[in-house]
Design a protein around this ligand. Structure first.
Ligand SMILES: [Mn+2]
Length: 474
């Protein structure tokens, strides 16, 4: 079943034992961030956290770590919380086959209950802002869905965009935003600036759990995120028109902030502790003038801690990165068996594939680098045989241990694009990329001295089933 807002999902998490309510009074800093940091250290079934007793605030509610474990990710997709990682990714791929599912326009969104406009706009009155890491420049909003349209083609709903971008609070009605050049919003902004215009945006905070997943999915430019949400939910995503901009925003959001990215204006934004586990420095970024805030009564601020991995983001941006990469590779190379891009948003990608002929595996690796995701992220690609499970890291390590010889199995691609946050780049935004071919050579390729490989015994699969049954009935 699908959830229409964050509140109903938090109730479901509570019923499943996947929500911890922190009722004792906590300090806004560093307790809220430190607790979320700690929750990420609780393993595969880490709970979401809910705070409603925060020192210094008369009325504040903060939800953290909502997608912070595979159990919660499964529940977000309406799957049993014990569903395994690979199974969740397979289901993600399967549901994508239903794409596109048009959103459903609904009236009377709950966020229309309250609004602040003009001189009354004050982000601090609506959001209980807390800093995350000690070196951050200030307060951040880092789990909101930012909605914008293509200024050259505003009626093409495919070209509209819903994305998660880091947003720094610069004042009561002022934000800074980071549009990474490979992301769709950067294209919208550059088109608006070429026209000498501002770019209207709506920023939706506190959403039903599929929205953050699709907003962080590396889709093609002309693919609509709400239509993927519908496919994943199994029913249309409910949306409503934001009152000032008319932009489609999630019907059930807690808070909707509207305004414009001011064309051709930049201000210092950052530093901020990023998903790479490193701070980005202060950089010149676009700024947003906030003109209107709409919000539910007693809004819940959904926030996300990130830092030294793994954190919530390594669960939120995992299946949704593996699935499109798998689909895009599979379209050109049916031999591809599985793609693991779960680590640090797929800066490392592991692909397993059958090989049609010599040199095939490295060609698959090169293709990864030119996918929409690969352009900005994939820096190292490890290609393994079709019988190596890329999600089984001991098997991947075995492939590296036994199949790989740097004399002929390393392919570097110098001067390739990567998002500016990649800490390993000498110049921000450009990096040498690497493909590691850890597959067994096939004719006419002749590398190494592999002889014959040992495979699982033919009877092992039947025995696995038998042993599992015995173990279950013990
Ligand atoms: Mn998009």
């Amino acid at each position: 079943m699908a959830y229409d807002d964050l509140r109903s999902f938090l109730h479901a998490l509570d019923d499943e034992g996947q929500l911890l309510r922190i009722t004792e009074q906590v300090r806004p800093e560093p307790d809220v961030a430190a607790a979320a940091n700690a929750a990420a250290r609780m393993g595969e079934a880490a709970p979401a956290l809910y705070f409603d007793n925060i020192w210094g605030f008369t009325s504040a509610r903060i939800a953290m770590n909502v997608h912070g474990s595979w159990a919660n990710h499964a529940l977000a997709l309406g799957l049993p919380k014990q569903t395994g990682v690979e199974q969740q990714i397979r289901e993600f791929v399967r549901r994508w086959d239903r794409f596109p599912v048009k959103p459903q326009w609904r009236d009377d969104p709950p966020w229309a209950q309250n609004s602040l406009a003009g001189a009354d706009v004050d982000l601090f009155r609506v959001l209980p802002l807390v800093r995350l890491n000690e070196g951050d420049a200030g307060f951040y909003i880092d789990k909101a869905a930012v909605v914008s349209k293509d200024p050259d083609d505003p009626h093409d709903s495919g070209k509209q965009n819903v994305g998660v971008y880091r947003i720094q609070v610069k004042g009561r009605a002022r934000l800074a935003v980071q549009p990474v050049p490979v992301h769709d919003i950067a294209l919208h902004l550059s088109k608006a600036e070429a026209r000498g215009e501002d770019l209207p945006v709506a920023i939706a905070i506190g959403n039903e759990p599929v929205i953050p997943i699709v907003a962080a999915t590396p889709m093609r430019y002309d693919e609509n995120e709400y239509e993927l949400a519908g496919a994943l939910r199994g029913e249309p995503a409910p949306v409503a028109a934001a009152p000032l901009t008319g932009l489609p925003v999630p019907w059930g959001s807690e808070v909707v902030i509207e305004g414009v990215i001011e064309g051709r204006r930049r201000e210092i934004e950052g530093p901020f502790g990023e998903f790479t586990g490193h701070y980005s420095g202060g950089r010149r970024m676009p700024v947003i003038r906030v003109d209107r805030i709409s919000h539910r009564t007693d809004p819940i601020f959904e926030h996300l801690y990130l830092g030294m991995p793994p954190t919530e983001i390594d669960h939120l941006i995992a299946a949704n990165t593996c699935a499109p990469l798998y689909r895009q590779l599979k379209a050109d190379f049916p031999e591809v068996r599985a793609v693991n891009a779960m680590y640090t948003h797929g800066l490392v990608v592991i692909v397993s594939t059958a090989r049609r002929y010599g040199g095939f595996a490295r060609s698959v690796g090169l293709r990864v680098l030119t996918t929409p995701h690969g352009l900005g992220y994939a820096a190292t690609v490890i290609v393994v045989d079709e019988d190596v499970d890329p999600f089984n890291l001991p098997q991947v390590m075995w492939a590296l241990s036994s199949k790989f010889n740097p004399a002929h199995d390393l392919i570097t691609v110098p001067g390739s694009p990567v998002m500016e946050l990649a800490p390993q780049a000498d110049v921000p935004g450009v990096v040498d990329k690497l493909i590691i071919d850890a597959t067994t050579p096939v004719s006419p390729d002749s590398r190494g001295n592999h002889g014959s490989q040992v495979h699982d015994l033919p009877e092992a699969a039947a025995w696995l089933t038998r042993l599992r049954e015995l173990a279950a009935n013990r």
